[in-house]
Design a binder for this molecule. Sequence first.
Ligand code: ZN
Length: 322
Amino acid sequence: MNFAAVVFATLSVAFPAEKQKLPCVERTYVIGAVEAGFKEPVVLHPPAELAAPESPVVPPVTAEVHRTGAFIAMMPVVHGTNTFTVTAGDMSLERKFLVSFPDPPPDPNAPPPKPRDPYADLGISTNATFAPKPPRDRPRGEITVMLDAGHGGSDTGAISPHGWKEKEVNLLQVLALDEAFRAAGFKTILTRSDDSFPALYDRPKLAISKKVDAFISIHHNATFASTDPRLSRHTVAYASNTNGFELAAAIQPYVASVMAPVKNIGAQMRSYAVCRNPVIPSTLLEIDFINLPDGEADTWEPERRKKVADAIVLGFLDWLGR
Ligand SMILES: [Zn+2]
């Protein structure tokens, strides 16, 4: 056995995590990392539970290894417990996770849950038709943008191959964005500047109470377990009402231009808690996919974060008609 390999080499699996429960899927992506520049193949040995006596042998899968050491492969799974092994040279790592059986169909006679209006305590209805206009006539120093780093605390968000958490990635991007907005002469307020977790509706409510002019939430995406992130990488801006959509549509082309050749799917309507703000124009930007080795490597670059931040400010200026 190579002593150096034992002492210095590393092999980790970020997803699926040990004892993680996946919803009903037929296959999952597996992401993890070896040391950058590792030359030997990284091989996934599919779950032993797949090898029923009557079923054909499922061959091992060789992972795609990125220059950063991040690796990815798709692996078939069974319902119930799955125990698979990853080998890389002398190293071997066993991982156990669960795939749940499909949920029972919902009871057709059960009364539908009554939606609670999250803004009721502020005397505002989510369905209010109040339509704020961009503050076109105000000087920059009198315009405030709220910047929201998605997730935080025990809510990690997505996980990258090296185990980097989306909550950390989002915060780094928000700090770069804060700098860019201030450098351009705007005022900013952050929903969090540390590893705290403001409750989902407390974020838009803070935007309302501080009377900010716009709300921008920053996220980094991941695919569902069964979807190969290599086929899904894109950048997108979401909104949940017309006010937000104008903001999203103004910003996203600028973000897309610095993210190219990553696919841009533009501004889209999607019902997200932080965007369902009837009073403040709000958008949620999914900058990139961090469960993908390429996405993780690009997101890691401070230079890319700066470019994205500058692009968002340019889009914001466009929204203001400047
Ligand atoms: Zn997120």
